[in-house]
Design a protein around this ligand. Structure first.
Ligand SMILES: O=C(O)c1ccc[n+]([C@@H]2O[C@H](COP(=O)([O-])O)[C@@H](O)[C@H]2O)c1
Ligand SMILES: Cc1cc2nc[nH]c2cc1C
Length: 347
């Protein structure tokens, strides 16, 4: 399938009106469930029904290494990427615990981790290469690798059951790639886009900024979304871009996690603008730049907990809100069915 994807406008005035009438008819003051009401409306519109049911939710952690990490842009070594892949699969990572808690199927996709993994349950091996090239020396990916990674992300989602995709990622150095995509695609000053990632101190952030400024200048011609993606990386961001496009095409509910997942949505949005109608933005990350990225997408996140972990942890934490939105829509009585008075005749 080509990357150039048409995703239709979800706008359905009839369904929106039916959903809103149903929400307004529930036994509560008008609007009293606040943003949970918006959430119910959005899920209904995505799934195309006024009786939405979330089925077989999939938390997919896309993992890969970044050549740019060699330039000292992260507080942790690249080896943490493969070590954390083992941790996800062994059940000890935050994402593993939250997936268990909420009944989310957890899949880890090796998009390009610099390590050989033995085949094992829960791991999908789709390595494009053993890490991207160092973006400070040349493009992180070739155009062919970039397209292959996007197509691979689409394949991964196509093969999964259910109607909800929760995005997760793991990759030491990937906040650098996400910052570069934000700066280039939204034409923002680098200062507004670069943060501490896994926990750099002020001098570390200053060094990261210097490196990223050089990378931006080196790839000054990479303006189009796929050119920028190929220039900056990484394989997991490209695969997530494909996953978002595929899930959007299939009208799955896409639960977006933090800074890096949102960067993939930013690229997908440039390819197919209506894809964001299918997205629920789980949380506002503590990573500097995420608020601006969300603003650019005209998105308002559900939670603001100061999370900056990635792995899909924020998406998993927000998941019960989506479940509640659907259950309230299905299970709450209406004023009529419960015999509750709707209007005050004394006013
Ligand atoms: O999701 C976020 O908002 C987020 C913010 C900061 C860091 N991370 C995670 O930390 C790693 C990238 O950080 P860094 O410093 O190595 O670029 C990567 O594995 C991400 O999952 C994730
Ligand atoms: C330990 C660790 C866990 C992570 N999970 C996602 N990114 C991470 C980065 C580090 C360093």
């Amino acid at each position: 399938m080509p990357i150039e994807t048409e995703i239709a406008d979800l706008h359905d005035a009839d369904l929106a009106a039916r959903l809103q009438r149903k929400i307004d008819g529930k036994t509560k003051p008008l609007g009293a469930l606040g943003r949970i009401e918006e959430l119910a409306l959005r899920i209904g519109l995505i799934l195309g029904t006024d009786t939405p049911r979330l089925a077989q939710p999939q938390l997919v952690v896309f993992a890969a290494d970044h050549g740019l990490a060699a330039q000292g842009v992260s507080a942790y070594p690249s080896d943490v990427t493969w070590q954390m892949v083992h941790n996800f699969l062994a059940g000890g990572a935050a994402a593993s615990v939250l997936a268990r808690q909420h009944g989310l199927a957890l899949t880890v996709v090796d998009c390009g981790v610099r390590h050989d993994f033995a085949p094992q349950p829960g791991l999908v091996s789709r390595k494009i290469a053993a890490g991207t090239a160092d973006a400070s020396q040349g493009p992180a990916m070739t155009p062919a690798q970039c397209r292959e990674a996007v197509a691979m992300g689409r394949d991964v989602v196509r093969a999964l059951p259910g109607n909800a995709l929760l995005l997760g990622e793991m990759g030491i150095g990937n906040t650098s790639a996400a910052s570069l995509l934000l700066a280039r695609l939204c034409d923002l000053p680098l200062d507004d886009c670069v943060g501490a990632g896994t926990g750099l101190d002020a001098s570390g952030v200053a060094r990261k900024h210097q490196v990223l400024a050089r990378v931006l200048a080196l790839h000054a011609g990479a303006i189009e979304p796929l050119d920028a993606l190929a220039a900056f990386g990484g394989f997991e961001i490209a695969a997530m871009t494909g996953a978002v496009l595929q899930a959007g095409t299939e009208r799955r509910v896409i639960v977006v996690d933090g800074f890096i997942s949102t960067a993939a949505v930013l690229v997908a949005h440039r390819i197919a603008p209506h894809v964001t109608q299918r997205c629920v933005f789980a949380h506002r990350s503590g990573e500097h730049g995420h608020a601006l990225m969300l603003q650019h997408l005209e998105a308002r996140a559900l939670l603001d907990l100061g999370l900056r972990l990635g792995e899909g942890s924020g998406a998993a934490l927000a998941w019960p809100l989506l479940v509640s939105a659907c259950m309230l829509l299905a299970g709450m009585a209406s004023f009529e069915s419960a015999g509750v008075s709707r209007e005050n005749s004394v006013r």
